[in-house]
Design a protein around this ligand. Structure first.
Ligand SMILES: [Zn+2]
Length: 171
């Protein structure tokens, strides 16, 4: 998965330069970190998750652009953490960004994510992880649509969608 990083970065840079021309208010996220409630050894996560989920969420990997199951997906419902089932996003904040990954302009609650400055790969980016279990979710960019001006660029492998029609049986 590490070999995918250059493509990932290039696409983001392209997208950011196009979006920057629009006049959109941007809200910078501040760093925050919660004590995780779900903590398990790597082997336990490995047994519980698919190889792709494990690579993305536990090794901070990135799925191929345009391949995630929730990329071109706009059903109404909620998105939960694929590792611990914590509520992360809802479909009202999902938008078509064209960047290759599911994109949201807001989170279900600011209490549900950690915000971390990520200086890997020679760039400074804002990483977000699940506040409940520290699963890597994706990165946040300041070129999203109103009202937040943010684009939460999230791996499908980090998410589990439950449609509104099935909210009774939460994961
Ligand atoms: Zn989680």
């Amino acid at each position: 998965m590490k070999t995918l990083i250059p493509i990932f970065i290039l696409l983001h840079l392209f997208n950011a330069s196009v979006m920057a021309q629009k006049d959109i208010r941007s809200t910078k996220l501040k760093e925050q970190h919660f004590t995780p409630k779900v903590v398990m050894p790597a082997d336990t996560w490995k047994a519980k998750l698919t190889p792709l989920q494990y690579e993305v969420t536990r090794n901070k990997g990135t799925e191929y652009p345009g391949t995630g199951q929730y990329y071109n997906f706009y059903e109404k419902g909620n998105y939960y953490c694929s590792n611990c089932n914590a509520l992360l996003f809802n479909s009202e904040s999902k938008f078509k960004s064209g960047c290759g990954w599911p994109s949201f302009n807001d989170v279900a609650s600011m209490q549900s994510i950690n915000v971390i400055t990520d200086k890997s790969h020679g760039m400074v980016r804002t990483e977000i992880t699940c506040a409940n279990c520290e699963a890597h979710l994706g990165h946040v960019f300041e070129d999203g649509p109103p009202p937040t001006g943010l684009r939460y660029c999230i791996n499908s492998a980090s998410l589990k969608f439950i449609p509104d029609s099935k909210q009774q049986g939460k994961p």
